[in-house]
Every structure is written in C-alpha cells, then in structure tokens.
Design a protein around this ligand. Structure first.
Ligand SMILES: NC(=O)c1ccc[n+]([C@@H]2O[C@H](COP(=O)([O-])OP(=O)(O)OC[C@H]3O[C@@H](n4cnc5c(N)ncnc54)[C@H](OP(=O)(O)O)[C@@H]3O)[C@@H](O)[C@H]2O)c1
Length: 308
C-alpha cells in the first residue's frame, strides 16, 4: 500500500473520488490522504495553493506531482529535493488549443466589428484567408506545439520558437536569439506559450514588440511576466500592436486599477485558458506513479536548473 498525500486542500472535492479510482485502474494499491505522518508519504500531489512549503520531512517521497503545468512557484523551493513533475494533461492541452484558436480567429475574421456595431454600419470588407496571415507561437512545448499544429491545420503559416531546435510537421521551427527576431518579424498574430523562468521574462519588450507587422495581435495565455506591460501599452497606444488578448498577469487577479482593464484594445480573460481537469489529470498522475513504482523514468520531469 502506497501513501499519496493530496496537498491541495481547495481541490480535494474534485479529486477525492476520481484520483483513487484512477490509481486503482492503474493497478496501484494506494491510500490518498489529506494528512499523513510525513515520513510515510510516497508521493505528494501539489498545486500552488498548497500550504505545504517545507518538503524536508518527506524523506521517503519519490516524487512531487504538480497539478499545474507552470511550476514557477515551486521550482525554486530549496527544501524540495524530490523529483518534480509538471502537469501535461490532454484535456488541459485541448482547452488551450480551443482558447488560442478561438481568440486567433476572433482577430483574424475581425469579428468584433460585426458583433458590436451599434451604428449598423455596412462595411463589406472580407478578411484575408488564413494562409495569408502569419502566426508565431513562442514556446513549442506540450501546449505551444498543439496550438501551432491546430493553427497550421487551419492553413495559417505558423512559425514556432523554442530554446532548443524542434521539428514539428507543418510548422517552421526556429530557436535562439536570431530565431526569435526571425520568428517575430512580420508576424500578424503572436502567441506566447513559454514558461515563466528568468530566461523568458520580458521576451516581448519594446524591442521585440517592434518586429511584428503593424497592427499585429498578441495572445498571451502563458504567463504575465513574459511581456513587459509598459512596453505593450506603449506599442498598443502607438498602433504597432493592434490588440492584446491576455489571460495571465504579473499580479492575479489583475488589480482593478491596472491599465489593461480600461484599454480599448486589450481583452482580459481571468486565467481560464486551460484548466487542469481532475478526471484526465488523475489518469496522468496514476500513470506516473505506476511508472515510478515499476522503476521506469517519471514523465514530464522538471529540469530544476532550467526552471521548467
Ligand atoms: N493560462 C493558462 O490557463 C495556462 C495553463 C497551463 C499552462 N500555462 C502556461 O503555459 C506554459 C507552457 O506550458 P507547456 O506545458 O507547453 O510547457 P513546456 O512543455 O515545458 O514547454 C515550454 C516551451 O518553452 C520553451 N522555452 C523555455 N524557455 C525558453 C527560452 N528561454 N527561450 C525559448 N524557448 C524557451 C521550451 O523550449 P524547449 O522545447 O527547447 O525546451 C518549450 O518549447 C506553462 O509554463 C504555463 O506557464 C498557462
């Protein structure tokens, strides 16, 4: 019998049935508990809301399994010596693809002009075809790759950018500093799906925001600090960026007095692009515990030095 400590009390209601069931289906004899003698715990399920901050007493724990894809709030915890895995959940990926494609199509098709048209203006300007609207996705991980491929499937010419060089069918893949400049130059829609690390802070800044086509749209479902807020506001005011649809912010909830709320060319969504779904996430956790117990390498292991 292994002991799984579920350390995210606010999510217990969602997982209390489905996680034990997923573990049983994976052939694991386990008890999932909210409290335990730390020395008896084999695995820890973690979310940023977890009060647990000192991992030192969990001497027997074989892994800490995050319910979140982004791990910036735990990766620097000096007491964490156990392997850390981030969440890669098929349902989370599916919802991120829906959010990115939905917001990309809103801007591509110019939907706003027809949905909000109080003066009943008849302006018969058809949008270009997707094949004529270059899109760039910064980050080609689990989420960026799925979004890039979905957009490419709609005929958008898609460029993806990552730290190391990738090969993604149907997507022009670039890496490195020069690659970033090439990826952004002339893009009409830019999607940021990088993790928050010291290396990704302000990836979109005054210099890089000048590279996309004039009036380009920025979609940020990654993390707030990927963008320099002041530089984005200046680029919006100058018309260099036509619209920004932002799901994530440096401070969440976004403070009421933040300029993003009132800006006519900013859409705020409240960090809802891609939620972890308990049922599919439980399957991912169960599979990782099954692998670990069988001596196989853990999936989605975080590189502590890279921070993601
Ligand atoms: N808004 C939401 O609801 C929501 C939900 C889930 C996740 N997220 C965010 O989405 C992020 C991405 O998730 P994921 O699962 O796709 O992450 P992932 O699989 O770890 O992929 C991260 C990607 O970013 C690239 N990258 C990292 N550092 C870089 C750097 N310095 N320069 C260039 N590229 C860099 C990586 O390059 P390599 O491929 O070379 O390693 C990889 O392609 C998460 O970290 C989280 O912040 C948001």
């Amino acid at each position: 019998m292994i002991t799984v400590l579920f350390a995210a009390p606010d999510l217990w209601g969602e997982y209390s049935d489905v996680l034990p069931q997923a573990l049983a289906e994976a052939g694991i004899t386990a008890q999932v508990v909210q409290e335990a003698d730390s020395g008896t715990v084999d695995y820890i399920i973690y979310a940023p809301s977890a009060p647990l901050q000192d991992f030192t007493p969990f001497v027997r724990a074989k892994a800490v399994l995050s319910l979140w894809a982004g791990v910036e709030r735990i990766v620097g915890n000096a007491t964490l010596t156990q392997p850390l895995c981030r969440m890669v959940d098929p349902s989370l990926t599916e919802s991120m693809v829906e959010w990115v494609v939905g917001h990309a199509l809103r801007h591509h098709l110019g939907m706003d002009a027809h949905i909000v048209n109080p003066d009943h203006r008849w302006i018969p300007v058809a949008p270009p075809l997707a094949r004529n609207r270059p899109v760039t996705v910064l980050g080609l991980g689990a989420l960026g790759t799925a979004c890039a491929q979905a957009l490419a499937g709609l005929n958008f010419p898609v460029t993806g950018w990552s730290r190391t060089q990738k090969t993604v069918p149907g997507v022009r893949c670039l890496s490195g500093e020069d690659g970033l400049r090439q990826a952004l130059t002339g893009a009409q829609i830019v999607v940021t799906l990088l993790p928050r690390t010291p290396g990704t802070e302000n990836t979109l800044n005054a210099g890089t925001l000048a590279l996309p086509a004039r009036g380009a749209v920025v979609l940020n479902p990654g993390r707030g600090p990927l963008i320099d807020d002041e530089a984005l506001l200046a680029a919006l005011d100058a018309g260099q960026i036509g619209h920004a649809t932002l799901d994530v912010f440096r401070v969440e909830p976004l403070p009421q007095d933040h300029a993003f709320w009132a800006h006519p060319r900013v859409t705020v969504t409240p960090h809802i692009a891609a939620d972890t779904r308990a049922e599919s996430a439980s399957g991912v956790i169960a599979e990782n515990i099954r692998r670990s117990e069988a001596g196989a390498p853990l999936l989605h292991r975080v590189d502590r030095t890279l921070g993601y």
